[in-house]
Design a protein around this ligand. Sequence first.
Ligand SMILES: [Zn+2]
Length: 1165
Amino acid sequence: MDGLPVGPTPSPPVIKAGWLDKNPPQGSYIYQKRWVRLDTDHLRYFDSNKDAYSKRFVPVACISRVAAIGDQKFEVITNNRTFAFRAESDAERKEWMQALQQAVAEQRARARLSSAHPLGVQGSEPPDRAGSLELRGFKNKLYVAVVGDKVQLYKNLEEYHLGIGITFIDMSVGNVKEAADRRGFDLTTPYRIFRPWNALCALLSLHTCCSLCLGHLSTSSPGFLAESELEKEQWLEAMQRAIAEALSTWEVAERIWAMAPNRFCADCGAAQPDWASINLCVVICKRCAGEHRGLGAGISKVRSLKMDRKVWTETLIELFLQLGNAAGNRFWAANVPPSEALQPSSSPGARRCHLEAKYREGKYRRYHPLFGNQEELDKALCAAVTTSDLAETQALLGCGAGVNCFSGDPEVPTPLALAEQAGQTLQMEFLRNNRTTEVPRLDSVRPPEKHYSVVLPTVSHSGFLYKTASAGKLLQDRRAREEFSRRWCVLSDGVLSYYENERAVTPNGEIRASEIVCLAVPTPNTHGFEHTFEVYTEGERLYLFGLESAELAREWVKCIAKAFVPPPAEDLLARDFERLGRLPYKAGLSLQRAQEGWFALLGSELHAVFPEGPCEEPLQLRKLQELSVQGDSENQVLVLVERRRTLYIQGERRLDFTGWLGAIQKAAASSGDTLSEQQLGDSDIPVIVYRCVDYITQCGLTSEGIYRKCGQTSKTQRLLESLRLDARSVRLKEGEQHVDDVSSALKRFLRDLPDGLFTRVQRLAWLEASEIEDEEEKVSRYRELLVRLPPVNRATVKALISHLYCVQCFSDTNQMNTHNLAIVFGPTLFQTDGQDYKAGRVVEDLISHYVMVFSVDEEELRKQREEITAIVKMRVAGTASGTQHAGDFICTVYLEEKKAETEQHVKIPASMTAEELTLEILDRRNVGIREKDYWTCFEVNEREEAERPLHFAEKVLPILHGLGMDSYLVVKKHQSMEAMLLYLASHVGETKHGMMKFREDRSLLGLGLPSGGFHDRYFILNSSCLRLYKEVRSQRPWSGAPETSHRPEKEWPVRSLKIYLGVKKKLRPPTCWGFTVVHETEKHEKQQWYLCCETQMELREWFATFLFMQHDGLVWPSEPSRVSRAVPEVRLGSVSLIPLRGSENEMRRSVAAFTADPLSLLRNV
Ligand SMILES: [Zn+2]
């Protein structure tokens, strides 16, 4: 065994090479001079010794005999072909024959060792793709096979079966690219003259016409033509995979093969296995890997040794060296009857059977003495993980010990925690990889009927379907009718098989229901067939089927869905879904591990069935607060935030995840122009209305003639377009949008609603109601009518009137009283020309009787008033900041550092503390908090090059409103917190004093010129003040504190100081341990000082003391609670307005102009 090469042999050693005469085919007597080369794997001959590509290759494994014939000639005999060569001399012939015979013998020995595949069969590796390809410029087709890292060219299918080819291309030097035409692609290599084409010419034309062909080829780039565009894509993909394979490194494989048993597939014994199951901890061959994947990730997590490089951490490699195939098979294959053992040449069916029995049922495993006694198994596991006995852990888990069982100690509750405590990193790795592994069960029924231990219902269905070739990526383009082929399809026993016709015996292919991960129904007429459906499989293939009849298509979809959806999720089949399937997700409190859930997309609703817990309410995609994709391209996570719940869908499989992603994003967008088709907010109010109303509420309070004045047409139009497209993602910012543009956009939106806010059917009734003279009667009529409106309209009317009610509260400043608002909004909401007074009267009535019509209670009204008051105050206080976001007070917070990928948009309610914000960010990013991770929210001021960790109890909203243009918030670990806490714990003292370098900056916000440099000053910090003394007078030996000059030079109240770590470099701080002190006076005047310490420790001590003094000793929360917190509800608010000048008639005219032709304003832009 040790004699076998470790690692692959990309170019097998050449045994013998030289010139030989080869007799030409067709029995001609003219010998041709050929350069012949024999290596351990192939006998090849070339035109010359400089060629990279052969004219012919014969696998050594195919050679059955080598025989001498007549003068200096010998024959190489395969099952079907005989190749005759003539050497220069008898001696030379003898050498060749000996070399060949020895190569054959060695090849056979090797084949026997790896449990042998029968001679005469070409290499044991199955092709990734094989089929006919047209060679551009020639009529004949070649048979091409992509095998591992090589592309092999054969004259035809027959020769492919014989194993005798023309040449092969090592893809480490290959490159493929699409050609200009639809079906064409080029395979290029660095060899300028691509010789095989010459050889091909000879072969294909049968007559020697190389000169002609050479001429031909020199003018056109050699390339292939596939059958169809789709096929071309598949060829490109297969060849690119071959390149990836060729370029992949063997570093991991070689290290793992260092243990001899890992050099042969744990399941079938094939040599040089380059795949692995990372939870079972065995190394396997490619064929077995395919079957492992079919078992599902709950049984085996398959990774490549060569290509999944990120997976292979030092710990995992070490685990494979310690456990690996030796330990794995001692446990899993302790009792394999010889009749059930696998060979490298075993059929896929036999492989599937064996692997099902081995890993899913645990049929051959060595039973642990504690088998069957759950409690004892768990106990034993908890004990084993604290030792280095990995095999014991493997045996216990494989016999049913609970990987997440409770240890009995709340401090270290799980085996994983125990292993961590014991410092057993390999045990931890093993446990982690097996967190979701299913326990093997002997009683489990045979595979096709079940998935994840769930018995799938047996569904049978058959009929003709039109099918395209499967694809490895989403179908972007329309598939023409010609690309579909009619196939007889049979769904039975959990397998969907497709046949050439209804009488065919062997299927052209099959899809196992348990491998189906998603079923999607594109909208009719997406492709050449009116009705189509897509089937996605675990192996990342996408199958497209088409039918003429909607009924038949639906029937098929239902049957396939039934075949792959387990009973617990069958409620999802009740209605016509657009997409259905399983996806790994995280949700609720169990964010630690992903589970597989079943999802169905129906319109804008995402229905979900989770393995644990009660039936979930469907997610209203158009009502989501956030819909984003996070993570890198390898590990994408789709984050859906609905009120009070967040769902993370993981992109474990690329293909179906990408499909879901597009579908969910599309479903979450507005689907049309009507009110209920918009993205909706919490209380059924369209986000578009919510955004505008809130923006006006926040920023429009001081705007004169709000809602009367028109915005700039082009800006209004642009804004409305983006709001219509995806209102949720639009962040209205003061300074970027003028309130009049926003107010115009809102009016335009309402005016253009196809059915109007009060609906076409009920509009008249509203207008008539306004003519009722008795006020009480009128109000009750309005209430009646309100109930009749569709929910979204009702909610929107209420929100809008509530907003207008607030607007008129400010009429003495904005001049938009109820009457004026009614003149503007009447025609807008009732879509009249502005001359109908009744429309205005309805709006006026609704605003005047707002409290009664909408049953607004005292509390609600009070809150609303408070909110407006707060907003007005805030605006007066912070008008200059210009950074506040309107709407929800959405704030951008970064995680760890400022860059686009770490950006989080968070709603900041008035009550939110820095700690809550920090936890919210960590929650969203699913960052776990470990002990001594002092996650803190920092306010970073880029201009000052300083940052301030917010105290955990600080309210965020005021800080947000005070943030300058150069500042932002970031959540990161506070690296000094531990040192500071230690310092504070050991120094109970109430004061701190000492020398620091000091520099003053008296000017406002750093605008003034810096004066002078840093000077030594003496400071005393106590619970009330920070005092600065110019000089130290003398030293009092008994106190240790130097006596200072009598009066401090400066003195600041400690609680009104803000301390920022860092001093901007422009000021040339004398040390790098500086901080910036900002003092805001009662007149809102800001003063700054810069202080520098000699050491980092000193800086920490001063900073810690500041915190201690400012927050009564509570520097860090005693116990951060990580309970899932609902984000406090941000109420839809209220409004603002400002003076309107001009007569009522002027106003009516302007309104009429606006309403006369809704499009006039949007034209001529
Ligand atoms: Zn194998």
